[in-house]
Design a protein around this ligand. Structure first.
Ligand code: ATP
Ligand code: MG
Length: 441
């Protein structure tokens, strides 16, 4: 975006460059009605063309009928920062699009809009110092406001680059009549654009609602399926319990009942947690966590689990310097780390390695869980945090799972203002989370 902005103190006053009253005293040249008629005819024929084409015709005609060096249409707009600017939307003559945005508050067009009537400027760069870089320089500029129901839409202007060419009442007449046409065409095209944008927004909202509905249906279908599996096993085990009298069989069915009930409860709990997170019903309880002691306690459970599976488990506490504390929600961080460490124990083969590394980063603290595991292809890595996603063939020891653990971890990390990512390289899966030292308030 090129905006004329540089502004230095003006050596002259605005009245020295604004010479509009002179238009009344200059002898007008004779009108060329034939050329004007031909131009208006060609304009009428173009009324069905695209707005850019019509705008371009207006400036070409303005330049030709007024024998100007350049002509243009500037449309009034607001930038995203709320500043009013004038955008060159059509140009003819010596300028290119380089200076396509002009601030309203210190410009020829802005002054014209402020006064609400056509204005003639002579060597305006003497006052509008931010126009000194404009080449070729402006000798005279006749600027006419584009008004619809007294509302300014922009301006149409002609410029002479030649001391010999001065504008007069005839140019004012032509430009005023062109301004009426231009304002009508511009307001029509703006209305059409607004209607199209509204229709597009409506269509987008409809598509999003449809997609959300589809996603909800799909989610419900998966949830029902996942809930039915343990229930079916529970039903089967109950049936078998009723029909068998052998004690060892009964013990086996009781075990199945217990483990399937745990699965069902785990699934429902995860779903409820995800739902609470989605509706923001789980407020954050910030506290100061003393990392070394806190991690030692969490690590103990997994050291034991790993030992049972003949896996090695190591906590690599690489916080080289203070602070050893972190301001976070301890319960949520514990839940996240437990999901990651539980996964590591679950998906590491017998004899494999698990390492939890904690280190400082520029922005906060990083927790990294690294474990030996089956290969995770890149297309699976991209989906790891999706609800219910499990890597095909990624659970060779058939430990089972619902594919909700990482989705939950991701939501919790985001809630704590951090980031989570997963990678796989050379037989190692690495899940990394980074949390800021202090929450952003
Ligand atoms: P849940 O955690 O809901 O009981 P899950 O462990 O299958 O089930 P996630 O924790 O979301 O679900 O993990 C998704 C998938 O990512 C797992 O099924 C597994 O294939 C893969 N995965 C996750 N963590 C690891 C890891 N540390 N090593 C290797 N594979 C992993
Ligand atoms: Mg898991």
């Amino acid at each position: 975006m090129n905006l004329i902005t540089s502004q230095s103190p003006s050596p002259v006053t605005i009245d020295e460059v604004l010479i509009t009253p002179e238009l009344r005293f200059r002898a007008p040249r004779a009108p060329n009605l034939e050329a004007e008629n031909a131009a208006l005819h060609s304009l009428v024929k173009q009324m069905t063309e695209a707005p850019e084409v019509i705008m371009q015709s207006f400036v070409t005609i303005a330049m030709e009928l007024c024998q100007a060096g350049s002509a243009g249409i500037s449309q009034l707009e607001s930038t995203t920062c709320g500043e009013d600017v004038l955008r060159w939307i059509a140009l003819a003559g010596a300028y290119d699009q380089q200076y396509r945005l002009i601030p309203r508050n210190f410009s020829l067009c802005g002054t014209c809009l402020e006064r609400g009537t056509p204005q003639l400027f002579y060597r305006p760069e003497r006052y509008f110092t931010n126009f000194q870089q404009l080449r070729p320089a402006i000798i005279e500029a006749l600027v006419v406001p584009l008004l619809v129901n007294n509302q300014p839409l922009g301006t149409i202007w002609i410029v002479s680059h030649d001391e010999e060419r001065r504008f007069d009442a005839e140019d004012l007449r032509i430009m005023s009549s062109l301004a009426d046409f231009t304002a009508a065409a511009l307001s029509q095209s703006q209305a059409r654009y607004a209607a199209e944008a509204a229709a597009q927004r409506e269509q987008l909202a409809r598509t999003e609602a449809e997609q959300a509905n589809l996603a909800k249906d799909e989610f419900l279908a998966i949830v029902s399926h996942e809930m039915r599996t343990p229930l079916t096993n529970i039903k089967m085990a109950l049936l078998m319990l009723q029909t068998t009298s052998r004690d060892e069989r009964r013990d086996r069915y009781m075990q199945i009942l217990q483990s399937e009930c745990e699965k069902e409860i785990g699934l429902v709990n995860n779903l409820l947690d995800l739902q609470r997170l989605a509706i923001g019903a789980d407020p954050i309880a910030w506290s100061v966590v003393q990392l070394p002691e806190w991690l030692r306690l969490i690590g103990e459970t997994y050291r034991e689990q790993a030992r049972l599976h003949q896996q090695s488990f190591r906590v690599n506490f690489a916080l080289a310097s203070k602070p050893y504390t972190l301001v976070t929600d301890a319960a949520k961080l514990e839940r996240i780390l437990r999901e990651l460490l539980h996964n590591a124990c679950k998906y590491t083969p017998v004899g494999g390695k698990i390492t939890l590394t904690v280190r400082h980063t520029f922005a906060g603290v990083e927790f990294q869980v690294d474990n030996t595991s089956e290969e995770i292809p890149s297309e699976a890595l991209e989906r790891l945090f999706e609800k219910f996603y499990r890597v095909p063939g990624g659970d060779p020891r058939k430990q089972g799972g619902t594919g909700l653990g990482l989705a939950l971890a991701q939501k919790l990390v985001q809630l704590l203002g951090g980031q989570i990512q997963a990678s796989h390289q050379l037989g190692h899966t690495v899940v990394t989370i980074e949390l800021p030292h202090q929450p952003e308030t």
